[in-house]
Design a binder for this molecule. Sequence first.
Ligand code: GTP
Ligand code: MG
Length: 202
Amino acid sequence: AHVSTAEFVKSSTCSEECPADGLPEFALVGRSNVGKSSLLNSIVHRKRLALTSKKPGKTQCINHFRINDSWHLVDLPGYGYASAPKELRINWDGFTKEYFLKRKTLVSIFLLIDASIPPKKIDLEYAGWLGQNQIPMTLLFTKCDKRKKKKNGGKRPEENVEDFLNLIQESFREAPPWIMTSSVTNLGRDEILLHIAQLRNY
Ligand code: GTP
Ligand code: MG
């Protein structure tokens, strides 16, 4: 598993606008600021292909990136971002759920969960929704480089991951695959590429 080329293709606001080349795709989904765009850059070994920000709400469209001319990585806006002015707020649900349900070339969703904090209700609910709708998904735990902090409950990333997996158990017939990652140390990068290669060969 190796990335030789990665290029931005286009931004879309609904599944109909997305690229029509039929290439298989994998979409990064998760709470605003969880690290979707950063992880995309880590996976493709590029610093600023997808734009990132300290402030939530940076990514506002469905952004397609073509990898090795043979598959797409898709960067999506985050959910749970409530601090923007109402008129700027993204209709995350309408936007992305339409894309999940209609996009035929979508092989799997990668749901990103921040492993530096205890499980959040909005993430548990989202994982539960995907599980109940039997939408293929892999959990990517982000920010595993961050040390435990008192204000975050004082748990290590490994403990937060275990808590999260236990809490979503009953929504899944089979436990979803999961990978621990960090865009700072590039932890998980090779494992993700291997996982994508396996999913593409099914
Ligand atoms: P939206 O586009 O707003 O939905 O956010 P996003 O999920 O794309 O997050 P983004 O990649 O823009 O990262 C948000 C912030 O988290 C930035 O300040 C990143 O530097 C930081 N960050 C992302 N990944 C990691 C990580 O693995 N470790 C650490 N320590 N920080 C990270
Ligand atoms: Mg983003």
